[in-house]
Design a protein around this ligand. Structure first.
Ligand SMILES: [Zn+2]
Length: 470
Protein backbone atom coordinates (compact mmCIF):
# COMPACT_ATOMS: atom_id res chain seq x y z
CA UNK A 1 0.00 0.00 0.00
CA UNK A 2 1.37 3.38 -0.89
CA UNK A 3 0.90 6.31 1.41
CA UNK A 4 -1.52 9.09 0.47
CA UNK A 5 0.29 11.78 -1.46
CA UNK A 6 0.85 14.79 0.78
CA UNK A 7 0.85 18.36 -0.50
CA UNK A 8 4.64 18.73 -0.32
CA UNK A 9 4.98 15.64 -2.48
CA UNK A 10 2.50 16.86 -5.05
CA UNK A 11 4.18 20.28 -5.16
CA UNK A 12 7.57 18.65 -5.83
CA UNK A 13 6.09 16.38 -8.49
CA UNK A 14 4.37 19.28 -10.20
CA UNK A 15 7.57 21.31 -10.20
CA UNK A 16 9.56 18.42 -11.65
CA UNK A 17 6.93 17.79 -14.34
CA UNK A 18 7.09 21.47 -15.33
CA UNK A 19 10.88 21.44 -15.62
CA UNK A 20 11.40 17.96 -16.97
CA UNK A 21 11.96 18.92 -20.60
CA UNK A 22 14.56 21.60 -19.88
CA UNK A 23 16.31 19.26 -17.43
CA UNK A 24 16.57 16.49 -20.01
CA UNK A 25 17.70 18.92 -22.71
CA UNK A 26 20.52 20.08 -20.47
CA UNK A 27 21.53 16.56 -19.53
CA UNK A 28 21.53 15.59 -23.20
CA UNK A 29 23.82 18.49 -24.01
CA UNK A 30 26.27 17.35 -21.31
CA UNK A 31 26.14 13.73 -22.46
CA UNK A 32 27.18 14.87 -25.95
CA UNK A 33 30.59 15.83 -24.54
CA UNK A 34 32.74 12.68 -24.79
CA UNK A 35 34.56 13.17 -21.48
CA UNK A 36 36.55 9.93 -21.63
CA UNK A 37 39.27 10.34 -19.03
CA UNK A 38 41.22 7.24 -20.06
CA UNK A 39 41.94 8.46 -23.60
CA UNK A 40 44.46 11.32 -23.92
CA UNK A 41 42.87 12.64 -27.14
CA UNK A 42 39.69 13.28 -25.14
CA UNK A 43 41.47 15.44 -22.54
CA UNK A 44 39.99 18.65 -24.06
CA UNK A 45 36.53 17.06 -23.84
CA UNK A 46 37.00 16.25 -20.16
CA UNK A 47 37.98 19.89 -19.57
CA UNK A 48 35.00 21.04 -21.63
CA UNK A 49 32.74 18.80 -19.54
CA UNK A 50 34.08 20.37 -16.34
CA UNK A 51 33.58 23.91 -17.68
CA UNK A 52 30.10 23.01 -18.88
CA UNK A 53 29.11 21.64 -15.50
CA UNK A 54 30.55 24.56 -13.53
CA UNK A 55 28.61 27.01 -15.74
CA UNK A 56 25.42 24.96 -15.38
CA UNK A 57 25.76 24.83 -11.59
CA UNK A 58 26.10 28.61 -11.53
CA UNK A 59 22.98 28.85 -13.66
CA UNK A 60 21.25 26.49 -11.20
CA UNK A 61 21.98 29.02 -8.47
CA UNK A 62 25.13 27.79 -6.76
CA UNK A 63 26.91 31.03 -5.73
CA UNK A 64 30.24 29.21 -6.02
CA UNK A 65 31.10 26.83 -8.85
CA UNK A 66 34.75 26.30 -9.72
CA UNK A 67 36.84 24.03 -11.89
CA UNK A 68 39.61 22.53 -9.80
CA UNK A 69 42.62 21.46 -11.80
CA UNK A 70 44.63 18.34 -10.96
CA UNK A 71 47.78 16.99 -12.63
CA UNK A 72 45.27 15.00 -14.72
CA UNK A 73 41.65 15.87 -15.49
CA UNK A 74 39.85 18.65 -13.60
CA UNK A 75 37.16 18.28 -10.98
CA UNK A 76 34.23 20.62 -10.38
CA UNK A 77 33.44 22.06 -6.97
CA UNK A 78 30.29 23.97 -6.10
CA UNK A 79 28.91 25.33 -2.89
CA UNK A 80 25.54 26.72 -1.83
CA UNK A 81 25.52 27.72 1.85
CA UNK A 82 22.30 27.66 3.81
CA UNK A 83 21.05 30.83 5.46
CA UNK A 84 20.68 28.69 8.57
CA UNK A 85 24.09 28.63 10.27
CA UNK A 86 23.20 25.55 12.32
CA UNK A 87 22.26 23.48 9.31
CA UNK A 88 24.41 20.41 8.61
CA UNK A 89 26.87 20.46 5.73
CA UNK A 90 26.48 17.81 3.06
CA UNK A 91 28.97 17.06 0.31
CA UNK A 92 27.68 15.31 -2.82
CA UNK A 93 30.23 13.24 -4.70
CA UNK A 94 30.03 12.09 -8.32
CA UNK A 95 32.14 12.17 -11.47
CA UNK A 96 31.84 13.82 -14.87
CA UNK A 97 34.23 11.60 -16.80
CA UNK A 98 32.99 8.50 -18.59
CA UNK A 99 34.20 5.14 -19.82
CA UNK A 100 35.36 4.86 -23.42
CA UNK A 101 32.63 4.01 -25.93
CA UNK A 102 32.41 3.47 -29.68
CA UNK A 103 29.46 2.52 -31.88
CA UNK A 104 31.30 -0.60 -33.08
CA UNK A 105 31.49 -1.95 -29.50
CA UNK A 106 27.89 -3.01 -30.05
CA UNK A 107 25.89 0.16 -29.44
CA UNK A 108 22.51 0.43 -31.16
CA UNK A 109 23.04 4.20 -31.45
CA UNK A 110 25.97 6.59 -31.19
CA UNK A 111 27.20 6.58 -27.58
CA UNK A 112 27.64 10.36 -27.55
CA UNK A 113 24.41 11.13 -29.40
CA UNK A 114 21.83 10.61 -26.64
CA UNK A 115 18.51 9.12 -27.74
CA UNK A 116 15.35 8.22 -25.85
CA UNK A 117 13.80 4.84 -26.60
CA UNK A 118 10.95 3.34 -24.54
CA UNK A 119 11.35 5.87 -21.76
CA UNK A 120 15.06 5.30 -21.44
CA UNK A 121 17.87 7.67 -22.27
CA UNK A 122 20.74 5.90 -24.03
CA UNK A 123 24.21 7.46 -23.94
CA UNK A 124 27.60 6.87 -22.40
CA UNK A 125 27.42 8.43 -18.94
CA UNK A 126 23.60 8.41 -18.78
CA UNK A 127 23.76 6.34 -15.58
CA UNK A 128 27.47 6.39 -14.74
CA UNK A 129 27.59 9.09 -13.72
CA UNK A 130 26.32 12.27 -15.41
CA UNK A 131 22.63 11.40 -15.03
CA UNK A 132 23.07 10.77 -11.33
CA UNK A 133 25.09 13.92 -10.74
CA UNK A 134 22.62 15.96 -12.71
CA UNK A 135 19.50 14.90 -10.83
CA UNK A 136 20.73 16.97 -7.90
CA UNK A 137 20.54 20.18 -9.97
CA UNK A 138 16.80 19.96 -10.53
CA UNK A 139 16.47 18.40 -7.07
CA UNK A 140 17.80 21.46 -5.29
CA UNK A 141 15.69 23.78 -7.50
CA UNK A 142 12.58 21.79 -6.61
CA UNK A 143 13.57 21.90 -2.93
CA UNK A 144 13.81 25.71 -3.04
CA UNK A 145 10.76 26.36 -5.21
CA UNK A 146 8.43 24.18 -3.17
CA UNK A 147 9.58 25.35 0.25
CA UNK A 148 9.81 29.05 -0.62
CA UNK A 149 13.44 29.12 0.43
CA UNK A 150 16.16 31.14 -1.23
CA UNK A 151 18.99 28.97 0.08
CA UNK A 152 19.03 25.21 0.67
CA UNK A 153 18.08 23.85 4.08
CA UNK A 154 21.61 22.39 4.39
CA UNK A 155 24.98 23.80 3.45
CA UNK A 156 25.27 22.04 0.12
CA UNK A 157 28.60 21.20 -1.52
CA UNK A 158 29.30 19.24 -4.67
CA UNK A 159 32.57 17.62 -5.66
CA UNK A 160 32.44 16.08 -9.12
CA UNK A 161 35.73 14.50 -10.12
CA UNK A 162 37.06 13.97 -13.63
CA UNK A 163 39.21 10.87 -13.26
CA UNK A 164 37.01 8.27 -11.59
CA UNK A 165 36.98 6.03 -14.65
CA UNK A 166 40.78 6.17 -14.69
CA UNK A 167 41.21 5.03 -11.10
CA UNK A 168 41.08 8.49 -9.46
CA UNK A 169 44.88 8.84 -9.38
CA UNK A 170 44.84 12.43 -8.08
CA UNK A 171 41.63 12.39 -6.08
CA UNK A 172 43.02 11.87 -2.63
CA UNK A 173 45.60 14.61 -3.10
CA UNK A 174 42.85 16.92 -4.39
CA UNK A 175 40.71 16.23 -1.32
CA UNK A 176 43.68 16.78 0.98
CA UNK A 177 44.59 20.00 -0.80
CA UNK A 178 41.07 21.40 -0.41
CA UNK A 179 40.16 19.70 2.85
CA UNK A 180 39.32 23.04 4.53
CA UNK A 181 36.68 23.85 1.91
CA UNK A 182 35.32 20.31 1.68
CA UNK A 183 34.53 19.86 5.37
CA UNK A 184 31.16 18.15 5.71
CA UNK A 185 29.01 16.36 8.26
CA UNK A 186 28.12 13.71 5.69
CA UNK A 187 29.11 12.71 2.18
CA UNK A 188 26.43 11.60 -0.26
CA UNK A 189 27.77 9.52 -3.10
CA UNK A 190 25.58 9.51 -6.18
CA UNK A 191 27.56 7.04 -8.25
CA UNK A 192 25.85 3.79 -7.32
CA UNK A 193 22.67 1.98 -8.05
CA UNK A 194 19.73 0.39 -6.37
CA UNK A 195 18.48 -3.17 -6.29
CA UNK A 196 15.89 -2.96 -9.09
CA UNK A 197 13.15 -0.74 -10.52
CA UNK A 198 10.68 -2.09 -7.93
CA UNK A 199 13.06 -2.32 -4.98
CA UNK A 200 14.65 1.00 -4.11
CA UNK A 201 17.63 0.51 -1.85
CA UNK A 202 20.21 2.56 -0.08
CA UNK A 203 23.74 1.25 -0.02
CA UNK A 204 25.37 1.59 3.40
CA UNK A 205 28.96 0.70 2.67
CA UNK A 206 31.66 -0.40 0.29
CA UNK A 207 34.49 -2.82 0.71
CA UNK A 208 38.06 -1.61 0.65
CA UNK A 209 40.85 -3.04 -1.44
CA UNK A 210 44.49 -4.00 -0.91
CA UNK A 211 46.52 -5.52 -3.73
CA UNK A 212 49.95 -7.03 -3.95
CA UNK A 213 52.24 -8.89 -6.27
CA UNK A 214 54.48 -11.57 -4.80
CA UNK A 215 57.54 -12.73 -6.74
CA UNK A 216 59.40 -15.87 -5.75
CA UNK A 217 62.97 -16.55 -6.86
CA UNK A 218 64.72 -19.94 -6.90
CA UNK A 219 67.79 -20.73 -9.00
CA UNK A 220 69.57 -17.75 -10.57
CA UNK A 221 68.39 -18.93 -13.98
CA UNK A 222 66.11 -21.64 -15.40
CA UNK A 223 67.96 -24.92 -14.80
CA UNK A 224 67.74 -28.49 -16.15
CA UNK A 225 65.10 -30.59 -14.41
CA UNK A 226 67.10 -33.77 -15.10
CA UNK A 227 70.40 -32.57 -13.73
CA UNK A 228 68.95 -30.73 -10.71
CA UNK A 229 65.29 -31.71 -10.34
CA UNK A 230 64.31 -33.27 -7.05
CA UNK A 231 67.20 -31.72 -5.19
CA UNK A 232 66.51 -27.96 -5.27
CA UNK A 233 63.37 -25.92 -4.40
CA UNK A 234 61.14 -24.96 -7.31
CA UNK A 235 59.57 -21.45 -7.14
CA UNK A 236 56.55 -22.55 -9.20
CA UNK A 237 55.80 -25.28 -6.66
CA UNK A 238 56.35 -22.75 -3.88
CA UNK A 239 53.88 -20.27 -5.38
CA UNK A 240 51.28 -23.04 -5.75
CA UNK A 241 51.73 -24.02 -2.08
CA UNK A 242 51.53 -20.40 -1.03
CA UNK A 243 48.25 -19.93 -2.89
CA UNK A 244 46.89 -23.23 -1.55
CA UNK A 245 47.62 -22.05 1.99
CA UNK A 246 45.74 -18.78 1.53
CA UNK A 247 42.40 -20.25 2.68
CA UNK A 248 41.47 -22.94 5.16
CA UNK A 249 38.97 -25.73 4.49
CA UNK A 250 36.09 -23.36 5.39
CA UNK A 251 37.25 -20.88 2.74
CA UNK A 252 38.34 -18.49 5.47
CA UNK A 253 41.50 -16.51 4.84
CA UNK A 254 44.27 -18.29 6.78
CA UNK A 255 46.63 -15.35 7.21
CA UNK A 256 47.00 -14.71 10.95
CA UNK A 257 45.64 -11.28 11.90
CA UNK A 258 43.73 -10.83 8.63
CA UNK A 259 40.33 -10.64 10.35
CA UNK A 260 41.53 -8.31 13.13
CA UNK A 261 38.98 -5.54 13.69
CA UNK A 262 36.39 -6.85 11.21
CA UNK A 263 32.97 -5.35 11.96
CA UNK A 264 30.62 -8.32 12.00
CA UNK A 265 27.18 -8.15 10.43
CA UNK A 266 24.43 -7.43 12.93
CA UNK A 267 21.44 -9.76 13.17
CA UNK A 268 19.28 -6.91 11.87
CA UNK A 269 21.46 -6.47 8.77
CA UNK A 270 21.40 -10.20 8.09
CA UNK A 271 17.60 -10.19 8.33
CA UNK A 272 17.36 -7.20 5.99
CA UNK A 273 19.71 -8.73 3.43
CA UNK A 274 17.74 -11.98 3.59
CA UNK A 275 14.52 -10.09 2.79
CA UNK A 276 15.86 -8.81 -0.53
CA UNK A 277 14.39 -10.61 -3.54
CA UNK A 278 17.69 -12.31 -4.35
CA UNK A 279 17.64 -14.98 -7.06
CA UNK A 280 20.86 -16.94 -6.84
CA UNK A 281 20.44 -18.59 -10.24
CA UNK A 282 20.01 -15.20 -11.87
CA UNK A 283 23.00 -13.92 -9.95
CA UNK A 284 25.08 -16.86 -11.15
CA UNK A 285 24.08 -16.11 -14.74
CA UNK A 286 25.24 -12.52 -14.27
CA UNK A 287 28.44 -13.77 -12.65
CA UNK A 288 28.92 -16.20 -15.55
CA UNK A 289 30.06 -18.65 -12.89
CA UNK A 290 29.06 -22.31 -12.64
CA UNK A 291 28.75 -22.50 -8.89
CA UNK A 292 28.99 -20.54 -5.67
CA UNK A 293 31.76 -20.93 -3.14
CA UNK A 294 32.84 -18.85 -0.19
CA UNK A 295 33.36 -18.50 3.50
CA UNK A 296 31.33 -21.04 5.48
CA UNK A 297 28.41 -19.68 7.47
CA UNK A 298 27.52 -16.75 5.19
CA UNK A 299 25.03 -16.25 2.37
CA UNK A 300 26.18 -15.20 -1.07
CA UNK A 301 25.15 -11.56 -0.51
CA UNK A 302 26.85 -11.52 2.87
CA UNK A 303 30.02 -12.90 1.33
CA UNK A 304 30.06 -10.27 -1.39
CA UNK A 305 28.99 -7.28 0.69
CA UNK A 306 30.19 -7.80 4.22
CA UNK A 307 33.04 -10.29 4.34
CA UNK A 308 36.70 -9.72 3.52
CA UNK A 309 38.36 -11.85 0.87
CA UNK A 310 41.66 -12.97 -0.57
CA UNK A 311 41.59 -13.65 -4.30
CA UNK A 312 44.23 -14.82 -6.73
CA UNK A 313 44.07 -12.48 -9.72
CA UNK A 314 46.90 -14.05 -11.67
CA UNK A 315 49.57 -16.66 -11.21
CA UNK A 316 52.52 -17.68 -13.35
CA UNK A 317 56.01 -18.96 -13.63
CA UNK A 318 58.12 -21.20 -15.79
CA UNK A 319 57.68 -22.30 -19.36
CA UNK A 320 54.22 -21.73 -20.89
CA UNK A 321 54.98 -22.03 -24.62
CA UNK A 322 54.20 -24.92 -26.97
CA UNK A 323 55.60 -28.39 -26.33
CA UNK A 324 57.79 -29.03 -23.33
CA UNK A 325 60.80 -27.45 -21.75
CA UNK A 326 62.22 -29.50 -18.88
CA UNK A 327 63.31 -26.81 -16.48
CA UNK A 328 63.11 -25.72 -12.93
CA UNK A 329 62.14 -22.08 -13.46
CA UNK A 330 64.11 -19.38 -11.78
CA UNK A 331 61.01 -17.41 -10.70
CA UNK A 332 57.26 -17.47 -10.24
CA UNK A 333 54.67 -14.87 -9.30
CA UNK A 334 51.18 -14.34 -8.03
CA UNK A 335 48.96 -11.27 -7.91
CA UNK A 336 46.61 -11.16 -4.93
CA UNK A 337 43.82 -8.79 -4.02
CA UNK A 338 42.08 -8.48 -0.69
CA UNK A 339 38.65 -6.94 -0.35
CA UNK A 340 38.40 -5.37 3.08
CA UNK A 341 35.40 -4.59 5.26
CA UNK A 342 34.77 -1.98 7.92
CA UNK A 343 37.17 -2.23 10.81
CA UNK A 344 40.03 -3.63 8.76
CA UNK A 345 43.08 -1.42 8.39
CA UNK A 346 44.81 -1.84 5.01
CA UNK A 347 48.18 -1.14 6.62
CA UNK A 348 47.61 -3.91 9.15
CA UNK A 349 46.57 -6.30 6.39
CA UNK A 350 49.70 -5.45 4.48
CA UNK A 351 51.83 -6.22 7.54
CA UNK A 352 49.95 -9.48 8.14
CA UNK A 353 50.56 -10.61 4.56
CA UNK A 354 54.20 -9.60 4.76
CA UNK A 355 54.68 -11.57 7.96
CA UNK A 356 52.84 -14.62 6.66
CA UNK A 357 54.53 -15.18 3.29
CA UNK A 358 58.08 -16.11 4.40
CA UNK A 359 56.76 -18.86 6.69
CA UNK A 360 55.10 -20.53 3.69
CA UNK A 361 58.29 -20.77 1.64
CA UNK A 362 60.98 -23.47 1.66
CA UNK A 363 64.64 -22.61 2.22
CA UNK A 364 66.29 -21.45 -0.97
CA UNK A 365 63.32 -19.44 -2.23
CA UNK A 366 63.68 -15.69 -1.98
CA UNK A 367 60.64 -13.42 -2.18
CA UNK A 368 59.61 -9.84 -2.91
CA UNK A 369 56.20 -8.33 -2.19
CA UNK A 370 55.01 -5.06 -3.66
CA UNK A 371 51.74 -3.48 -2.59
CA UNK A 372 49.67 -0.98 -4.59
CA UNK A 373 47.99 1.94 -2.81
CA UNK A 374 45.04 0.62 -0.83
CA UNK A 375 41.43 1.79 -0.64
CA UNK A 376 39.75 1.80 2.74
CA UNK A 377 36.36 0.25 3.39
CA UNK A 378 33.45 2.41 4.49
CA UNK A 379 30.27 1.61 6.36
CA UNK A 380 27.50 3.77 7.82
CA UNK A 381 25.41 2.24 10.61
CA UNK A 382 21.73 1.69 9.81
CA UNK A 383 20.63 4.03 12.59
CA UNK A 384 22.77 6.99 11.48
CA UNK A 385 20.46 10.05 11.28
CA UNK A 386 21.71 11.07 7.82
CA UNK A 387 21.12 7.57 6.52
CA UNK A 388 17.63 7.69 7.96
CA UNK A 389 17.01 10.93 6.05
CA UNK A 390 18.14 9.36 2.77
CA UNK A 391 15.82 6.43 3.41
CA UNK A 392 12.85 8.69 4.19
CA UNK A 393 13.48 10.94 1.16
CA UNK A 394 13.80 7.97 -1.18
CA UNK A 395 10.76 6.29 0.36
CA UNK A 396 8.64 9.39 -0.31
CA UNK A 397 9.87 9.63 -3.90
CA UNK A 398 9.28 5.96 -4.66
CA UNK A 399 6.15 5.50 -2.53
CA UNK A 400 7.54 2.24 -1.25
CA UNK A 401 9.72 1.05 1.63
CA UNK A 402 13.45 1.40 1.03
CA UNK A 403 15.75 -1.52 1.76
CA UNK A 404 19.45 -1.72 2.41
CA UNK A 405 22.35 -3.09 0.42
CA UNK A 406 26.09 -2.83 0.48
CA UNK A 407 28.56 -2.72 -2.36
CA UNK A 408 31.24 -5.35 -2.78
CA UNK A 409 33.44 -3.10 -4.87
CA UNK A 410 35.64 -0.26 -3.73
CA UNK A 411 35.75 3.41 -4.61
CA UNK A 412 37.34 6.79 -4.08
CA UNK A 413 34.50 7.80 -1.75
CA UNK A 414 36.54 6.15 0.97
CA UNK A 415 39.11 8.93 0.57
CA UNK A 416 36.42 11.46 1.44
CA UNK A 417 35.53 9.50 4.54
CA UNK A 418 39.19 9.24 5.47
CA UNK A 419 40.29 12.81 4.92
CA UNK A 420 37.09 14.59 5.96
CA UNK A 421 36.17 12.21 8.77
CA UNK A 422 32.53 12.22 7.59
CA UNK A 423 30.24 9.24 7.12
CA UNK A 424 29.60 8.23 3.50
CA UNK A 425 26.06 7.52 2.31
CA UNK A 426 25.12 6.26 -1.11
CA UNK A 427 22.17 7.59 -3.07
CA UNK A 428 21.80 6.17 -6.55
CA UNK A 429 18.85 5.40 -8.80
CA UNK A 430 20.61 3.32 -11.43
CA UNK A 431 19.64 -0.34 -11.83
CA UNK A 432 21.90 -3.31 -12.68
CA UNK A 433 20.64 -3.48 -16.27
CA UNK A 434 21.78 0.09 -17.02
CA UNK A 435 24.93 -1.21 -18.70
CA UNK A 436 27.65 0.66 -16.83
CA UNK A 437 30.90 0.46 -18.81
CA UNK A 438 29.04 -1.57 -21.47
CA UNK A 439 27.40 -0.82 -24.83
CA UNK A 440 23.92 0.76 -24.75
CA UNK A 441 24.36 2.36 -21.35
CA UNK A 442 21.04 3.93 -20.37
CA UNK A 443 19.06 5.44 -17.59
CA UNK A 444 15.35 4.98 -17.05
CA UNK A 445 13.78 8.46 -17.18
CA UNK A 446 11.18 7.69 -14.52
CA UNK A 447 13.92 6.54 -12.14
CA UNK A 448 16.05 9.55 -12.99
CA UNK A 449 13.17 11.82 -12.02
CA UNK A 450 12.70 9.80 -8.82
CA UNK A 451 16.33 10.74 -8.16
CA UNK A 452 15.42 14.40 -8.66
CA UNK A 453 12.51 13.95 -6.28
CA UNK A 454 14.63 12.20 -3.65
CA UNK A 455 17.14 15.01 -3.81
CA UNK A 456 14.29 17.53 -3.46
CA UNK A 457 13.12 15.98 -0.17
CA UNK A 458 16.50 15.10 1.23
CA UNK A 459 17.90 18.52 2.15
CA UNK A 460 14.87 19.57 4.17
CA UNK A 461 14.71 16.22 5.91
CA UNK A 462 18.36 16.34 6.87
CA UNK A 463 18.07 19.85 8.25
CA UNK A 464 14.99 18.93 10.23
CA UNK A 465 16.31 15.74 11.79
CA UNK A 466 20.00 16.34 12.09
CA UNK A 467 20.76 19.68 13.67
CA UNK A 468 24.31 20.70 14.26
CA UNK A 469 25.40 20.26 17.83
CA UNK A 470 25.84 23.88 19.07
ZN1 LIG B 1 30.82 5.89 -11.79
Amino acid sequence: MSQPVDTAVSAVRTYIAQHRVAFLDDLTEWLRIPSVSAQPDHAPDVRHSADWLAAKLKETGFPTAEVWPTPGAPAVYAEWPSADPEAPTVLVYGHHDVQPAAREDGWDSEPFEPVVRDGRLYARGAADDKGQVFFHTLGVRAHLATTGRTTPAVHLKLLIEGEEESGSPHFRALVEQHADRLTADAVIVSDTGMWSEDTPTVCTGMRGLAECEIRLYGPDQDIHSGSFGGAVPNPATAVARLVAALHDEHARVAIPGFYDGVVELTDRERELFAELPFDEDQWLRTAKSHGTRGEAGYSTLERVWARPTAEVNGIGGGYQGPGSKTIIPSSAMVKLSFRLVAGQDPEHVREAVGAWVPGQLPDGIRHEISFSPATRPCLTPLDHPALQSVVRAMGRAFDTPVRFTREGGSGPAADLQDVLGAPVLFLGISVPSDGWHAPDEKVDLDLLLKGVETSAYLWGDLAEHWRHAP
